[in-house]
Design a protein around this ligand. Structure first.
Ligand code: 1BN
Ligand code: ZN
Length: 355
């Protein structure tokens, strides 16, 4: 074949080009300094788009208002009984399967009738998420300068967490999720603990710190020993406590960081992503013995406590804590809305397998 006809042979040209395409980059590898194309930048993993319904902060505010309207919700009082009936009725109205779990709370000042209230969303589903708050309010205003012996309204300390959970239950009714069940557990008798100093007139003066700690969180201690379903478990839990006051700040609670670090990281990352990084601050907030500690200890469910700790001790939980200022005036619907938005995002992403 003459040289000219070789040049004109199309098939040969195609084969030669293909060979060059493979061989040239291979050969260039052996000549350092020669230009190799930069690797194409790797795109971040596309996040599965999950639609999270809007959280209605006005409705959550109404739920705080309603609870406070019963008066202080101290176990053993008529206001407490009326509020319990209303909470169970609301859960039923929102389509949940309700279990009322009565127990006698052995407080440091005597026995009191108490009741944990559980609302189950799709109780037949095996894969479950646990959402908790305490619904009782404190029997005294030990941090106030007056009316110390009168019970507090607990709009924030008690009312706010329950309100966010009720609104989430309403959201689930209007925008159902697949795949996971949810348990709303409202603990009673969380806030009847002995907070009197060793030098005061405490009937627990001889008691060790551990014994004094056990005077708090009586409902969660009971539930962790006797869950509403034997063998109960959940993939994770979130506890809401003091999530509604003006000036709220959510640093990372210590027991949650220790026992559920991955979940806490996810929650704080979601808060940051939603633009709430100035409220869900990335710093240590101290160890708080709250209901989540007893659930983690008893049932081995990883739990994170979202609790406002805006100050260093001694006023760690804010100036209204365990005073009569913990009334409806302290509630900021934007704070309820922010916490509701974060927890709803956790919930809907979990249901979509995208947490
Ligand atoms: C949170 C709000 N707690 C009570 N009211 C939990 C708590 C218990 C905080 C004991 C400090 C000490
Ligand atoms: Zn309290």
């Amino acid at each position: 074949m003459a040289f000219a006809s070789l040049i004109q042979n199309k098939r040969l040209w195609i084969v030669a080009l293909l060979l060059a395409a493979v061989a040239v980059p291979y050969v260039l590898r052996f000549f350092p300094g020669t230009v190799t194309p930069p690797p194409t930048p790797t795109e971040p993993e596309p996040r599965v788009q999950v639609n999270v319904p809007p959280f209605n902060a006005d409705s959550a505010f109404y739920f705080v208002e309603k609870q406070v309207s019963f008066g202080p919700r101290v176990p053993g009082t008529p206001a407490h009984q009326k509020c319990a009936a209303w909470l169970a009725g609301e859960f039923r109205r929102l389509g949940l399967d309700v279990v009322e779990q009565p127990f006698v709370a052995k407080t440091y000042f005597g026995p009191r009738d108490a009741v944990n209230i559980i609302g189950q969303y799709h109780p037949e589903r095996v894969n479950r998420v646990l959402l908790c708050a305490h619904w009782d309010s404190r029997h005294m205003a030990d941090k106030d300068s007056k009316d110390v012996d009168k019970a507090i309204l607990g709009a924030d300390d008690g009312g706010s967490g329950v309100a966010v959970l009720l609104e989430l239950a309403r959201m689930l009714q209007q925008h159902p999720i697949e795949g996971i069940g949810v348990d709303f557990v409202l603990f009673d008798a969380e806030d009847l603990g002995d907070d009197r100093s060793e030098t005061g007139q405490s009937v627990m003066m001889q008691a060790s710190n551990e014994q004094k700690t056990l005077t708090w969180c009586l409902g969660s201690q009971y539930w962790a020993r006797t869950p509403h379903r034997p063998g109960y478990t959940a993939q994770f839990g979130i506890l809401l406590d003091m999530v509604g006051a003006r000036g709220a700040l959510f640093p990372r609670e210590g027991y949650s960081a220790q026992n559920a670090p991955a979940l806490q990281n996810r929650i704080w990352a979601i808060a940051q992503e939603l633009g709430y990084g100035g409220f869900f601050v990335d710093r240590f907030g101290g160890f708080i013995t709250d209901d989540h500690v007893f659930v983690m200890r008893g049932l081995r469910i990883p739990m994170v406590n979202i609790i406002s700790i805006p100050n260093p001790p001694p006023a760690a939980f804010g100036a209204h804590h365990h005073t009569h200022q913990d009334n409806l005036d302290i509630i900021d619907r934007n704070v309820l809305g922010m916490v509701g938005h974060v927890v709803a995002t956790v919930l809907y992403r979990t249901a979509a397998g995208a947490l």
